[in-house]
Design a protein around this ligand. Structure first.
Ligand code: PA5
Length: 446
């Protein structure tokens, strides 16, 4: 098993009988997900996607990635939320958060269309100005404001550089199969398109073309990623809770939530996991935060954040539990050097590996937080590679689906995301929103 859930630090917070009591509801929730009988069941295509994916499109994704690698220095991925977080998380997890600065034979990869910031957009346009560029616009709906604005800007840049004909070789669109304006526009312009399947929502879509094309451009092995997800699916759909980390994770989260632990902190000791935390926050936040319910998903990277949020976790309000992501090994073998002057008094660490020192920081922190009243679970991952990434993604997604049904919500919709959009459109004067605009302006000026 590539992902293991370790629960010994729940002792004193959760009794063994509690897992037994929640088991009937847990299995009912898992059956609801597996059999597609729950709310949002038309968005559960991701459950079997690791084995049921479109092989012809998968081959086209690989071919497009090769073409992109050869034809540009900068690859800009335009998308927001589920349309970019998974790909960015994968590249940082498998390659590095410093991917763009590393020696490599693949293009730099930047992410745009996840903000409306003029400065962030201008800076990236400037980076692209004198370099060869390809873009991948990812939007299931095709109408999301942030990526749509970025697409206008980057298409303009590409058309100016290469002309309309040249743009056809450099613009790749990932969107809904037939509905939506983006697909029609791409066909009219002659851009290559990839599909966000109808039955897979944004935050569950990283193992479709949404994530796979950018990930493949980074040189990561997407075959190994899909194999990891397929192996996880085999286990998580079939194994009982004692052998099934996804079911166990869903169950313990729910038990803790019922005890008033309403915030979950996902903690990792590797900066390469920071974007994975962002992906996880969207997955759990959008899936569970509704109907006045849900665990608030927060994240930290330690030991960095021990020097900022550590104080709160140790001694603040006791509504927290912590899920620590830990790696069974490190691929880098750096050791602490010996210093004859020993001015920092750290010679007792000389020739110890940084992985070992980091592990001791982790172990010491876990025990301190448990002593401070923070229940703790640990997710152990074998290695930082493609197989483990695919396995972990499936683990978190499966646990999230089960967890949502256990909570009694639809884990596959996101009605709350619309509220800000309506206000923004009204304030920006979109037609049809006139009355709302008057009302909002009055409220802002009160
Ligand atoms: O999970 C989701 O559905 C959302 O986060 C979407 O991915 C996000 O809003 C972007 O939507 P779209 O792909 O339609 O542009």
């Amino acid at each position: 098993m590539a992902v293991k859930l370790k629960t010994k630090h729940l002792n004193g917070f959760v009794g063994e009988h509690e897992l037994a009591s929640i088991s009937p509801a847990l299995y009912a929730a898992a059956d609801t997900l597996k059999n597609g009988t729950g709310a949002g069941n038309d968005f559960t295509g991701w459950v079997d996607h690791p084995v049921n994916y479109d092989k012809e499109e998968y081959a086209r994704i690989k071919a497009a990635a090769e073409k992109i690698k050869k034809s540009c220095d900068v690859f800009v991925v335009i998308g927001i939320g589920g349309s970019y977080l998974g790909a960015r998380a994968a590249i940082e997890f498998v390659k590095s958060p410093l991917y763009n600065n590393m020696k490599k034979d693949t293009p730099d990869i930047y992410f745009a269309g996840n903000t409306i910031s003029a400065s962030a957009t201008a800076e990236l346009l400037e980076i692209c100005r004198d370099r060869d560029v390809c873009i991948n616009v990812i939007s299931k709906s095709g109408t999301t404001t942030e990526p749509a604005i970025a697409f206008r800007l980057f298409r303009e840049l590409i058309e100016k550089k290469y002309g309309e004909e040249g743009a056809k070789e450099r613009i790749f669109i990932t969107t809904d199969k037939c509905r939506g304006t983006l697909k029609a526009f791409a066909d009219e312009k002659g851009y290559e398109t990839f599909v966000v399947p109808d039955d897979i929502g944004g935050r569950y879509s990283v193992l479709t073309a949404v994530g796979l094309l950018p990930i493949a451009v980074s040189g990561a092995d997407i075959d190994a990623m899909m194999k990891g997800a397929a192996d996880a699916r085999e286990l998580m759909k079939n194994a009982p809770v004692e052998e099934n980390p996804a079911l166990a994770y869903a169950a313990y989260r729910n038990i803790l939530y019922r005890k008033g632990k309403t915030t979950e902190i996902l903690a990792a000791y590797e900066p390469s996991f920071a974007m994975m935390c962002e992906w996880w926050k969207q997955l759990y936040g959008e899936s569970e935060g509704k109907d006045g319910k849900g665990i608030f998903p927060a994240s930290v990277i330690f030991s960095t954040d021990l020097h900022s949020l550590g104080q709160y976790i140790q001694m603040g309000m006791r509504n927290l539990f912590e899920t620590v992501v830990t790696f069974a090994s490190s691929r880098d073998g750096i050791e602490v050097p010996y210093d004859p002057a020993n001015i920092d008094g750290l010679n007792f660490l000389a020739s110890k590996s940084l992985y070992y020192v980091n592990s001791m920081a982790e172990a010491g922190t876990v025990l301190a937080h448990v002593d401070g009243g923070v229940p703790n679970m640990m997710i152990e991952i074998d290695a930082r590679d493609e197989y483990n990434y695919g396995y972990l993604v499936y683990f978190f997604e499966y646990a999230c689906g089960v967890s949502g049904y256990l909570l009694g919500v639809n884990p596959f919709d996101q009605p709350g995301v619309e509220a800000y959009k309506k206000n923004m459109f009204a304030l920006l004067g979109k037609s049809g929103y006139e009355e709302m605009q008057v009302d909002l302006i009055e409220r802002l000026n009160k």
